[in-house]
Design a binder for this molecule. Structure first.
Ligand code: FPP
Length: 254
């Protein structure tokens, strides 16, 4: 069972063990260059590659990327279909590279909304990389934090129907073991590129004590150097988990 930051104080390290990223700013990157928004998404795939490589090299264990939210279906049909094509292409082209790098790929979200070919490719890519353990890469697609909590609640109730009569027995562990990322520790560092400062329904349960880093940099420009800036910012954070600064400092000098 992984640690819950609201139940026990997790062990922290100077390099974040779990990094979660909202890859924002693709459309604006493209518009600034008088290109269609979709060109920004295509270019964004390069930054995904770079983030995976850099995280692997620096010793990050979990990298979670928000690729498509449950609200992104509201975008123009042409943009949605380009994004779907990019996912298909990435799954077809990148899996051998991931294998080589020891990356285990998982996709979380309501995948039933995707066309069968994409669902098959996801299943194949997950199966092919299932034995890797160097870096756990999770792509959130048709994902929403509220959806995640609701599906977890439904699974919990199906698995334990007696909880309907004894709701007082529901605790964090009972629910969190059914969340999409129950196997991963909570993110240490959340990064949002593109200048907006919001969480946009991403991992809302798991971000309870995550350090939040916002940068103006558009996702297609977010290279290894930018990622290292975020890591350096993280390294200097004091993670208190509800304690006072004095308590944290006393512990660290013992
Ligand atoms: C947000 O930028 C970005 C997305 C909704 C899509 C992210 C997708 C990729 C980076 C490419 C594919 C990813 C994988 C994993 C293969 P935006 O369009 O909201 O930008 P804007 O705020 O400037 O309009």
């Amino acid at each position: 069972m992984v640690t819950s930051s609201t139940i026990e104080i997790p062990t922290t390290t100077s390099v974040p063990q779990h990094v979660a990223i909202i890859m924002d700013g693709n459309g604006r990157w493209a518009s600034k260059r008088l290109l269609p928004r979709t060109a920004g998404h295509a270019r964004g795939v390069q930054s995904v590659r770079s983030a995976v490589e850099t995280c692997g090299t620096l010793g990050v264990r979990y990298l979670t990327l928000f690729a498509f939210s449950s609200e992104n279906w509201r975008r123009p049909a042409e943009e949605v279909s380009l994004l779907m094509r990019l996912f298909v292409q990435a799954l077809e082209r990148e899996v051998s590279r991931l294998q080589h790098q020891g990356v285990r790929l998982r996709v979380i979200g309501d995948l039933s909304a995707f066309e069968p070919k994409l669902q098959d490719l996801i299943a194949q890519a997950q199966a092919k990389t299932a034995h890797n353990d160097q870096l756990h890469l999770t792509i959130a697609a048709n994902y929403g934090g509220r959806w995640d909590m609701l599906q977890a609640m439904q699974k919990m109730m199906f698995a334990n129907p007696e909880l309907g009569k004894h709701p007082e027995r529901i605790d964090e562990h009972a629910l969190s073991e059914h969340l999409s990322m129950s196997w991963a520790p909570e993110p240490d560092l959340f990064i949002r590129t593109g200048g907006e400062q919001r969480v946009s329904n991403f991992l809302i349960w798991q971000l309870a004590y995550t350090e939040l880093f916002f940068t103006e940099c558009y996702w297609p420009d977010f290279n290894a150097e930018e990622l290292k800036k975020a890591f350096e910012w993280y390294r200097l954070r004091e993670r208190r988990f509800g304690r006072t600064s004095a308590q944290v400092n006393t512990l660290s000098t013992r």
